[in-house]
Design a protein around this ligand. Structure first.
Ligand code: NDP
Length: 285
């Protein structure tokens, strides 16, 4: 199976490159050859590929910056995946894309089912939702994998921020009223390869799927586990979202109901605490 992947430098793009299973050939395109603000370049790459499956690991992920730059977020997260899905559909190729818990408004405390009404609180969520809608309307085979709280040894993420702050400070205040599933980029990469294989052998089913690490926790409790595993001991105090103002509003409830992903693809929620051990070991090495 040959996979054409958009995105080489992000958390997910790096893990897709590092974890391609035996029998999978990967062709990964970076910004230099496929800029996501240029839909024609994307369509051209897909029109010419001899790959069996198309995946998108690239996105505009700067949640706060998107509030003042929604046009770029919309181009990269809305128009580009839509162009990918249309070009893939024209070739009869399955398209796998990654989306986010930020398409939801974060109310309540129950895990969001895949068909729950969306209601993004900010520009990033709106742009990712536009991508989802464009893909679904493109008429081809697709899977949209919504995930949350992504971490890895690469790029900027909460784990790396906490490791830095945990060595710099003795006390930290961290948001305790946002709850979700931390998810290792490595686990998302593995899930995408499993889904790609299913589509390749004809057992995939188009739709929206959820995938996040278990158990669900608050950011404060995520931080406590990072510090425990890293042997750091700053005192962590929970604060409310209201006490930590950011340009973009964030959902309080990011729990994702992942049962559909298990039922259709046999992919279960990974224990993020085990994946965190691997990331900390990678950072140490
Ligand atoms: P990163 O921010 O680590 O990487 C983003 C990637 O997108 C980089 O390779 C970047 O390339 C590329 N990119 C951005 N703009 C363009 C552009 N105009 N043209 C070409 N490439 C571009 O993202 P993650 O790996 O963390 O995210 C993977 C997926 O998961 C995304 O779909 C994201 O929306 C989703 N997600 C992420 C979450 C998180 O916590 N990070 C949470 C929930 C979902 P370059 O290096 O050149 O800028």
């Amino acid at each position: 199976m040959k996979c054409l992947v958009f995105g080489t430098t992000g958390q997910l793009g790096i893990e897709l490159a590092q974890r391609s299973p035996a029998g999978v050939e990967l062709v990964a395109l970076g910004r230099d050859v496929a800029d996501l603000t240029d839909p024609a370049a994307i369509a051209d790459a897909i029109a010419r590929t001899d790959a069996d499956v198309i995946m998108n690991a690239a996105a505009y992920t700067a949640v706060d910056r998107a509030e003042s730059d929604e046009a770029t977020a919309m181009a990269v997260n809305g128009a580009a995946p839509t162009a990918m899905a249309r070009a893939a559909a024209a070739r009869g190729l399955p398209f796998l894309h990654v989306s986010t818990d930020y398409v939801f408004d974060g109310t309540g405390s129950a895990p969001w089912p895949v068909d729950a009404p969306t209601g993004p609180l900010g520009a990033y969520g709106r742009s990712k939702l536009a991508g989802e809608q464009g893909i679904a309307a493109a008429g081809g085979q697709y899977a949209i994998l919504r995930t949350s709280w992504v971490f890895s040894a690469h790029g900027n993420n909460f784990v790396k921020t906490m490791l830095r702050l945990g060595t710099e400070r003795e006390t930290l205040t961290i948001v305790g009223d946002q709850v979700g599933g931390p998810t290792a980029a490595a686990d998302i990469a593995d899930a995408l390869y499993t889904m790609a294989a299913a589509f390749h052998r004809g057992t995939g089913r188009s739709g929206v799927y959820h995938f996040s690490g278990a158990p669900d926790v608050s950011w404060a409790d995520f931080a406590r586990e990072i510090f425990r595993q890293a042997g750091l001991a700053p005192a962590v105090t929970d604060i409310g979202t209201a006490d930590y103002p950011t340009p973009a509003r964030r959902p309080g409830n990011s729990r994702l109901d992942c049962r559909e992903t298990q039922a259709v693809f046999g992919i279960s929620r990974p224990d993020w605490r085990i994946s965190l051990q691997a990331v900390l070991a990678e950072l140490k090495a």
